[in-house]
Design a protein around this ligand. Sequence first.
Ligand code: SF4
Ligand code: SF4
Length: 459
Amino acid sequence: MAIEIKSKLTFPGGVHPPEYKEITENCAIEVMPSPKQVSVLLGQHIGAICKPTVAKRDKVQAGQIVGDSDAFVSAPVHTPVTGTVKDISLQSHPVLGRALAILIETDPENDSGKSPSPDRFDKDYDIQQYSSEQICEITRKAGIIGMGGAGFPTRVKIEPNPRLPKDLLIINGCECEPFITCDYRLMVEWTWQVLTGIRLAAKAARIERIKIGIEDNKPDAIEAMRQSVNESGQADKIEVVVVRTKYPQGGERQLIRSLLRKHVPSGGIPPMIGVCVLNIATCAALAEAVVCGAPLTHRVVTVTGNAIDRPGNYYVPIGTTIADLIDFCGGLTERAAKVVLGGPMMGFAIADLSRPITKTCGALTFLSQEMITKAKYDRRVTPCIRCGRCLTVCPENLNPTKIAHAVKKNRLDLAEQYYMSACIECGCCSFICPANIELTGYIKTGKILQARAKKKIPE
Ligand code: SF4
Ligand code: SF4
């Protein structure tokens, strides 16, 4: 039976949006078979975009690398299906707009699909058989990146760095974004796999202390993780810490603040204070790569909202188009008004359903107009009434109105003086604004314009 837990550990600012997790939290992970074709994007991570390692008309085997880069900060991409390369062309990209992708037609005769393997893990699994170097190398070759959304190559994160030594591994099990339950299901259903991945990551990073942060609205996950930590005899090293449910508790800077009462310097990264942060799905993928030799070709995606026929948590081949995933989930209902890649706070609305699922896509949210209005994700915009609520809720202590106003006036220099780049794009300011001003939208636009000005991303 679920335990009742309340925590005082939290961070300044933040909001309490409606959770809507009940739509999928009890939906067990279901495997989606290989679609007729997949579109594997060559840039799914932070760092150098991969170059194709296959050519048009090549035959490829499921799990084969189809794109790679020599750069240190990068991660190869693999095909989730056996088939033939149909094309290498520009496709819709969730962040870059358009990017190169490998289009692969599945060979139904030879493709057997992929089933997850959580049963291969238990409390006795011996991680000592692997060295730190071996785990780092497997992590790179398997193309594992931060699957919570950031997409930073995991090998780079966990590899010991004498210039930035880390002594604490924090596992982010908060999943604070409304609607999304994929990490929750992983903690409840694939507990041993997640725990094995956590231990492997700690071994690779040569870290002895681990804290798993979970929000207090997930008592089943807290219980499952605590029980497995105790049964594996790791309780002296691994602590499951319950933090207060508040958005964006799952932001790594906010989680560090809640757990350690420490700040990561503005514009800095957690290793600057000796911390490495990994997400739950990333740990599950790492365990699968090291123990089963399986690269990152599939991930669990929450398909949710009140405008999809069969919401749930699906183990999806990476590269599946959103349209194919919708079909597998029974199609959209007549009420569908908005498709959001991710959750409603940090995700973004999309119109092109031919976009492929990427390694960082944990959710698709399908909303009807009445839910959009009820949940305050979309209302009529009025002038700012200078109430100051956006300042109060900003977890990064920024002044969202000033940044947004500077972007509106095309004064990116001024926006940067107000620390625009320190914004974590959590959406709290937009959510709380009684005038319904899309403050986060302005800030995101400002950041894109600035990156273009510095030629970091294409026009
Ligand atoms: S300014 Fe950025 S960090 Fe602050 S509340 Fe708005 S979106 Fe979040
Ligand atoms: S919350 Fe909205 S109305 Fe209030 S100060 Fe900020 S921008 Fe203005």
